[in-house]
Write a protein that binds this ligand. Structure first.
Ligand code: ARG
Length: 463
């Protein structure tokens, strides 16, 4: 017995594990984070074993009491994690046996660490997905409130980052809201595939004990037991899917971040980010840096990276469980932490954003943003669109030369380019006229922004 390094599986070994290999193959340093789910899964497994008569009720009670005490011990920071015991599962099981004696050794009946770890990760990811869903909703709530406040605020809308047409700031914010609604749905959808129970698959083939998987699934609030034991212990597609949903969310957040960074610059000066979300420079006293959006933009890198780590980890793995899968945890944990951190920072920051309405307005006026409105006006007066395009192009060239925007030109000046232009042209050349005219579902009119906010509020309250 003396040459065993591990009480749980040392029986067939003739020499102790190499000290480096023991450390190299251990996962306890990071998977101890799953202790709560590990205990939760074990309690359900023990209850099920008692229900089917594999454990006595007294044994089951002892196990549950022991696990409860271990949980308290871990949460108080008094638990001694041992690398020699490899992972969270064997650490807790060994502690249980130490605490309640021989009965502790019966807990693993009809179970393997393979179905155990797959269950733990799914329980963990389900809880974290729920927290992420709540944070997305909180961010969306902030966007709705801001969009409503800024429904009438006019800013330049861009294509190619060149001033294109005036839009309302509320409309722009509601574009962000839409992106997040899809992200929310992706996480909801992913959760359905997370919420399937591997327990009962045991090592790979199932177990000879008369287990009741539906009962265990019900106790753990899984929607169903996994349909195939080989698949249940091996695949991590649900984690990959979670990272894919996270990558898309982060991609959206980088777009928001990029705009905030631009808008907070002296060159745009469209928004004020509250000081508490910024930091200064140690050398340039005037600096106020938009750290939060910059960092969120940067953090997308690690989330995309984790998605690729997991895809590569899973690629070409033969059925069923392989040790490769132990490498799923760190990328997954870091994805969860990163997504939660980014969402929290944004959800806190968005309600405190201040729009500089006058600056936005000035910028919209400066860029000939109502040129399309003038073309549409000419079309309404019977000019063919291509000719109208040409007329407006000439007007813009004149404006560039004289330093005047379309709305600042006298009627006579405009009439040089087309005789059909009358005094009513100024109704369409104003920013308000331009945005209000786009008054259909999905359009930028303030009226439509308020409707979209209303629809958004209903969506959030239906969640
Ligand atoms: N620590 C392992 C993991 O994270 C647990 C499962 C190990 N199973 C095994 N047969 N070695 O995947």
């Amino acid at each position: 017995m003396s040459n065993k390094t591990n009480q749980q599986w040392g029986g067939r070994f003739s020499e102790p594990t190499d000290a480096f290999v023991a450390r190299f193959t251990a996962s306890v340093d990071f998977d101890k984070r799953l202790y709560k789910q590990d205990i939760q899964g074990s309690v359900a497994h023990a209850r099920m074993l008692a229900k089917v008569g594999v454990l006595t009720q007294a044994e089951c009670d002892d196990i549950i009491r022991g696990l409860g005490e271990i949980r308290v011990q871990i949460e108080r920071g008094e638990f001694e994690w041992s690398v020699a015991l490899e992972d969270v599962h064997m650490n807790i099981e060994a502690a249980l046996t130490q605490r309640i004696g021989i009965t502790g050794k019966k807990l693993h009946t009809g179970r393997s660490r393979n179905d155990q770890v797959a269950t733990d990760i799914r329980l963990y990811l389900r809880d974290e997905t729920d927290l992420i869903l709540d944070e997305i909703s909180r961010l969306q709530q902030g966007l709705l409130d801001l969009a409503e406040r800024e429904a009438d605020t006019v800013m330049p809308g861009f294509t190619h980052l060149q001033t294109a047409q005036p839009v309302t700031f509320g409309h722009h914010l509601m574009a962000w809201f839409e992106m997040l609604s899809r992200d929310y749905e992706r996480f909801v959808d992913c959760r359905k595939r997370i919420n399937i129970m591997p327990l009962g698959a045991a090592a790979l083939a199932g177990t000879t004990y008369p287990i009741d998987r539906h009962y265990t699934a019900e106790l753990l609030q899984f929607s169903a037991p996994a349909g195939n034991s080989l698949d249940a212990v091996s695949d991590r597609d649900f984690a990959i899917e979670f990272c894919a949903a996270s990558s898309l969310l982060l991609m959206h957040m980088t777009r928001m971040s990029e705009e905030l960074v631009l808008w907070a610059s002296a060159q745009f000066n469209f928004v004020n980010l509250p000081d508490r979300f910024c930091t200064g420079s140690s050398i340039m006293p005037q600096k106020k840096n938009p750290d939060v959006p910059e960092l969120v933009r940067g953090k997308s890198g690690r989330v995309y990276g984790h998605l690729f780590s997991l895809l590569t980890l899973m690629k070409s793995q033969p059925l069923a469980y392989n040790k490769d899968n132990q490498e799923d945890k760190e990328p997954l944990f870091d994805t969860v932490d990163t997504v939660k951190g980014c969402l929290r920072a944004f959800a806190d920051m968005v309600p405190a954003l201040e729009a500089k309405k006058e600056v936005m307005r000035e910028a919209a006026i400066r860029g000939f943003s109502t040129a399309t409105d003038l073309a549409d006006y000419l079309v309404r007066k019977g000019v063919a669109f291509r000719d109208a395009h040409e007329i407006v192009g000439l007007s813009v060239a004149y404006g560039i030369k004289t330093g005047k925007d379309l709305g600042q030109m006298a009627l006579e000046e405009l009439r040089q380019f087309s005789e059909v232009i009358d005094a009513d042209v100024f109704d369409v050349l104003t920013l308000e006229g331009s945005v209000s005219a786009r008054d259909h579902i999905g359009g930028t009119a303030p009226n439509q922004v308020r409707k979209a906010v209303e629809v958004g509020r209903q969506l959030l309250s239906s969640r």
